[in-house]
Design a protein around this ligand. Structure first.
Ligand code: GAL
Length: 647
């Protein structure tokens, strides 16, 4: 076992002499695997139906001779110019009806039969050609699927999807509530994608559209995956997820893959960048039940698409990469190997920067490659977690969508608020769906779980002795987008021992005093039924109304937080809930991250300093795998330093 190290390799931008130099540099840097051909469709199939594999044969041969494995991509995120010209219907259409033009990437309509046919054909041709190639280790399908198309082909596909779901137009009318504003459909042909209209659209229609978009794109992935699996059943298939793409439901998608892969580009200058990156790592590990995942792309330094593309500080590349390893990644890869001189990404950093191998970046890259060699025994080990945060795609898709309660409250922010508190305490976290088995966790957090159906799993979890912390907006609607009769928290009313009589989202900047702090963004008007009140509003029209409550339900306790609390208050509530649940973290200095990985025989204690200043930290006795030295007790970590201690 080993931890893979490498990046996207785009040899179609370079000549053969450069390929030869590349392989030598890859070896020097400790590269073990590269992703080849992500955008190479025009080079592989310059004329429809005529494949040119000679150049790729040579690239794969050079890589194999250099001992480097290949993650071979299907190039279907970059359909060539001939496809746009001959089959303009393969170009996607935006919400406003504007057809996208050729000249960027990812411009395909996922429902286009011709696009799907040509994608499967090139996937099949690649698999046929390289099925027995000794360098082939992994398939990478497309790139960061994020397609959404409002064309007439997509509209017909949407209708077919709806017919399968609802069977009759009457059932669709009922579920969507089309009686409101006279939106009743008499026949399927009248149903269109949610293109813009005068004012608000029907939220159930928007939610079904989201689901359809995810499924239509997934059908593209499956279409290629199946072509690949037919010829290479033993080679795993993945596609690279992107953090903030709401267009696809990562839970459903991960089940269709063999291994999960992430592209992570945290802002090096955001004070919470490395914390929020931790959430993404934990989410990726959780998508397939704790299976090791792959950091498929990251930046060695600056990206090329922010308004200000700042460099990473010296040392930041290492700590950010090892953070992914700490949180379960078995690969650290970058976009891209060699910096492009031309084209849209000419200012994006790379493993070999424009300044060449005699550079700070290449030295840091090489050092990291050799660090990962020393960490080989971590591959395949697991990351323990006592706490689960419910991450629910339907709540994400609906809470942030208009008609909504507050534009200041987004699902991602609500989850991050709780995640950050856990991160600062170095408490291990998994992400789960609301219906997953929760029995392994001491504590489950339910931040803004807006769309909940009746949920026996959560009920049984608390009744059986579990600890639950739910926040406002939870259980407001069901998964058809209808508001629960009786109001929030809908199916959790008994578990939480309360009902929310009204929700009062607060204007930006308004602070409502609470016993020992204040509330912002939102104020639930909570009516306790069996719950005990822990704190109340002390001023304003709802003075005396509960803010935080706790309810004993069976053998467990369910806490409710009906507002966004000021930080110290939020911290106190979480500390108390953790104490009750018996959850303990690893105390550390600010921005020092502590994570454990376990194997059958060993415990690994990883300490990561995310700040550009030295810090002291107390570690258990063991060997630091990165330096090979024994350490125990109080040690000093240099700026951005990392220790990986086999205890
Ligand atoms: C990713 C993409 C790569 C590259 C990178 C730059 O989102 O998959 O192809 O564009 O961004 O940051």
């Amino acid at each position: 076992m080993s931890i893979q190290f490498g990046g996207d390799y785009n040899p179609e931008q370079w000549d053969e002499a450069t390929w030869i130099e590349d392989v030598a540099l890859m070896r020097a840097a400790g590269v073990t695997m590269v992703t080849v051909g992500v955008f190479a469709w025009a080079r592989l199939e310059p004329v429809e139906g005529q494949y040119e594999f000679g150049w790729l044969d040579r690239v794969l041969e050079l890589l194999h001779d250099g001992g480097i494995k290949v993650c071979l991509a299907t190039p279907t995120a970059a359909p060539p110019a001939w496809m746009a010209r001959r089959y303009p219907e393969t170009l996607s259409v935006d919400r406003n009806g504007q057809r996208r033009t050729f000249g960027s990437r990812a411009h395909f309509c996922p429902s286009s039969p011709h696009y799907r046919e040509r994608s499967a054909a090139i996937a099949d041709a690649l698999a046929e050609r390289y099925a027995d190639h000794p360098a082939l280790a992994l398939w990478h399908v497309n790139n960061e699927y994020n397609a959404e198309c409002y064309c007439d082909i997509s509209a017909a596909d949407f209708r077919a999807w709806l017919r399968e779901r609802y069977e009759t137009i009457a059932a669709l009318n009922e579920t969507w509530g089309t009686a409101v504003w006279g939106q009743t459909y008499a026949e399927w042909a009248e149903v269109e994608p949610p293109r813009p209209s005068i004012t608000l659209l029907n939220p159930a229609r928007l939610l079904d559209w989201r689901r359809f978009v995810s499924d239509a794109t997934l059908a593209c992935f499956v279409n290629e995956r199946d072509a690949l699996r037919r010829r290479t059943p033993g080679v795993p298939v993945t596609t690279n997820f992107m953090t903030m793409h709401k267009t696809i439901d990562h839970w459903t998608w991960a089940a269709a893959e063999d291994v999960v892969a992430l592209d992570a580009y945290p802002d090096p200058h955001s004070p919470t960048g490395s914390i929020d990156a931790g959430l993404e790592c934990d989410r990726m590990r959780s998508l397939r039940g704790g299976q090791p995942w792959l950091l498929m792309e990251s930046a060695t330094s600056a990206v090329g698409w922010r308004s200000v593309n700042s460099a990473r500080d010296p040392g930041q590349l290492r700590v950010a990469s090892l953070q992914a390893v700490a949180r379960g990644a078995d690969a650290v890869m970058f976009f891209q190997w060699r910096a492009s001189r031309r084209g849209a990404e000419r200012f994006h950093s790379a493993m070999v920067p424009h300044s060449g191998p005699d550079s700070r970046i290449f030295r840091e890259v090489s050092a990291l490659g050799h660090d990962l060699e020393r960490l080989a025994e971590l591959a395949g080990t697991t990351v323990p977690a006592d706490v689960a945060i419910v991450w629910d795609w339907t709540s994400w898709a609906t809470l942030d969508e208009s008609p909504r309660l507050s534009e200041h409250v987004t699902y991602g922010d609500q989850v991050l608020r709780y995640y950050r508190e856990l991160w600062h305490r170095n408490i291990g976290v998994d992400l789960v769906r609301p219906t997953d088995d929760l029995s392994a966790y001491r504590l489950v957090l339910l931040p803004a779980a807006f769309a909940l159906d009746d949920n026996p799993v959560l009920r049984q979890y608390v009744a059986g002795g579990g600890h639950l912390l739910a926040s406002y907006a939870t259980g407001t609607i069901d998964t058809t987008a209808a508001v629960h009769a009786g109001g929030a928290p809908g199916p959790l009313r008994e578990v939480l021992g309360l009902r929310v009589e009204e929700a009062n989202p607060l204007p930006a900047g308004v602070e409502v005093p609470v016993d020992d702090g204040y509330a912002v963004l939102w104020q639930d008007i909570v009516v306790p039924e069996t719950a005990t009140v822990l704190s109340r509003y002390t001023d304003g029209p709802w003075a005396g109304t509960p803010v935080v409550t706790a309810n004993t339900y069976g053998a467990g306790i369910a806490t409710y937080v009906g507002a966004t609390l000021s930080d110290p208050l939020a911290a106190r509530v979480l500390d108390e809930v953790c104490r009750q649940a018996g959850v303990e973290g690893h105390p550390a200095a600010p921005m020092v991250e502590v994570v454990e990985r376990h194997s059958a025989s060993h415990r690994y204690h990883l300490v990561l300093n995310h700040r550009p200043v030295p810090v002291d930290h107390t570690v258990p006795a063991g060997v630091d795998l990165l330096t090979g030295t024994e350490c125990s007790g109080l040690i000093r970590l240099q700026p951005y330093d990392v220790k990986v201690i086999r205890v």
